[in-house]
Design a protein around this ligand. Structure first.
Ligand code: OSB
Ligand code: MG
Length: 366
């Protein structure tokens, strides 16, 4: 396959309700899409970076700069997606920017060969169960309304975003209202320190599936210490930036479940490596989300259908975040989404909708 160039496209999509986490509130999504132009098919990637470096060090303008300055020139001569990560390895960091270019090239390659992401990654399931991530709210009644709505829609697992001041009572209220049967977990996005260990141990009363990333990204040892003080399993998100950090966190006892987000680890091929090593270590994994459009969601659904993804992911329907998606909308049936089987991602942006939401387009030829 010969890569001829890339289109860098920015789109802006409104979000149906503001999504608040311990690091800030998202009210709309400004997304970078990358299209790879090759002598075979065209391929798409969605960059999951946020506009500001508040979830991880990456931010969207930085990703655009890395792509134009280093990563697009860096893939000149690359003929297959598996050669992208080795070609870019000398450049430190920026996994989300690396992931988007690898995904676009992989999609082009798979579309050319008529193979799907699911088949390429090693899918074993035709559908995946849907979990939903529920933001921090202004009041408990508001939270209970939101959770009740998602349960009525069929979501099979609820994740509550937490931070100091919005944790034990929010979890208690959800358990009291919806019962012990609901699969429930929490996500702190690094909002606590080890000094909060005794406070966090109060979550042990509520039979949570896991607590996601309570401490700082770099505090692997702190998570290992905290794990000894809690019954609730710890699941790392931000800290797992590669297969190497995943292996270290497992070895140190810092994580007994892993949230795999392809963008955070440099792409779907590295995500599969983490899946494989976690499976070998008996560590369950689930697929995280970054408010993806239907494009990024398609690839996540494929990944979530691998055998080690034994917990429901933050894999929700399009209407969780977007009234209008840029692809055919992902619609949940019986709490599940169907794994796409068409060539590549199996979906593509709908041209009129893509145009409607586009804020800028730039071409970079190789
Ligand atoms: O920590 O999982 C996270 C969204 C943006 C940034 C970080 C996180 C999230 C979510 C997932 O909670 C939202 C989703 O896409 O379903
Ligand atoms: Mg998280």
């Amino acid at each position: 396959m010969k890569i001829e160039g890339f289109e860098l496209r920015r789109i802006a999509l409104p979000i149906v309700t503001p999504f608040r986490t311990s690091f800030g509130t998202q009210t709309s999504r400004d997304i970078l899409l990358v299209k790879a132009i090759t002598d075979g098919a065209e391929g798409w990637g969605e960059c999951v970076s946020l506009p500001q470096p508040v979830y991880s060090p990456e931010y969207t303008e930085g990703a655009v700069d890395m792509l134009k300055r280093y990563f697009i020139p860096g893939v000149a001569g690359v003929k297959t997606a598996t050669d992208v990560a080795p070609a870019l390895h000398k450049y430190k960091g920026h996994p989300m920017a690396k992931a988007v270019i690898e995904t676009a090239i992989l999609d082009a390659e798979l579309r050319t060969e008529g193979r799907s992401f699911a088949r390429e990654l090693g899918s074993v399931n035709e559908r995946v169960p849907c979990g939903v991530s529920v933001g921090i709210m202004d009041s408990i009644p508001e939270l209970l309304d939101a959770v009740g709505g998602y349960i009525d829609e069929g979501y099979v697992r609820i994740k509550l975003k937490i931070e100091p001041g919005w944790d034990i009572e929010a979890v208690r209220a959800v358990r009291e209202r919806f019962g012990d049967e609901v699969l429930l977990q929490v996500d702190a996005n690094t909002a606590y320190t080890l000094r909060d260990a005794r406070h966090l141990a109060k979550l042990d009363d509520f039979d949570l599936l896991l607590i996601e990333q309570p401490l700082e990204e770099e505090d692997i040892v702190g998570h290992a210490d905290l794990a000894k003080m809690l019954k609730t399993p710890i699941c790392l998100d931000e800290s797992v930036t590669s297969a190497q950090t995943a292996a270290a966190a497992i070895r140190l006892g810092a994580t007994s479940v892993i949230n795999i987000k392809p963008g955070r680890v440099g792409g779907y091929l590295e995500a599969r490596r983490i899946h494989d090593l976690a499976a070998a270590a008996g560590i369950p994994v689930w697929c995280g989300g970054m408010l993806e459009t239907g494009l990024g969601r398609a690839a996540n659904i494929a990944l979530a259908s691998l055998p080690g993804f034994t917990l429901p992911g933050d894999v929700s329907a399009s209407d969780r975040f977007y009234k209008t998606d840029i692809t055919e909308p992902w619609v949940m049936e019986d709490g599940h989404l169907t794994v796409p089987t068409g060539p590549g991602l199996g979906v593509a942006p709908i041209p009129e909708l893509l145009e409607e939401f586009t804020t800028s387009v730039e071409w970079v030829t190789l």
